[in-house]
Write a protein that binds this ligand. Structure first.
Ligand code: FES
Length: 153
């Protein structure tokens, strides 16, 4: 089944097809691994929207990737509550362990490191998501084990 057809089936469950844009973007991202131009064209075609509109929605949310990403994604919350309890030190530990900076992917294509604004776990920071699974609190000394587990996954 084509992506356009899959999206249209989901859209049929909504009073207005454009309301399906979030699950449509998720489906497209699942197909491509990120959201290239073709993904926005297909989502737009399926929902009767322009690719530019679809991209504007995707660009608002952290969970959509506008550039290629690694097999695994490590996301460190650096917003104020996590910052106050050491998010920067946790982020730097990931930088050292992975040899990359936020926004970069390891040379083997395995891990992308990102910063995010808030996961809503503000009382348990620093919060880190590894492949969308939350870990909290993550201290610098926890980072080598997390990266090891990730590489063994
Ligand atoms: S500030 Fe980090 S989870 Fe909210």
């Amino acid at each position: 089944m084509s992506l356009v057809t899959e999206i249209q089936e989901i859209a049929a469950q909504y009073p207005q097809s454009r309301s399906a844009i979030m699950p449509a973007l998720h489906l497209a991202q699942k197909k491509y691994g990120w959201l290239p131009r073709e993904a926005f064209e297909e989502v737009g075609e399926a929902l009767g929207l322009t690719p530019a509109y679809c991209m504007s929605v995707a660009s608002f949310y952290d969970m959509y990737h506008l550039e290629p990403v690694g097999t695994h994604i490590v996301e460190v919350c650096t917003n104020i509550s996590c910052a106050l309890v050491g998010a920067q030190a946790t982020l730097e530990a990931f930088e050292r362990e992975l040899g990359i900076r936020p926004g970069e992917t390891t040379a083997d294509g395995e891990v992308t490191l990102r910063t995010v604004e808030c996961y809503g776990g503000c009382g348990w920071g620093p919060v880190v998501a590894v492949d969308q699974r939350y870990h909290e609190p993550v201290k610098p000394e926890d980072v080598p084990r997390l990266v090891q587990d990730l590489r063994n996954a």
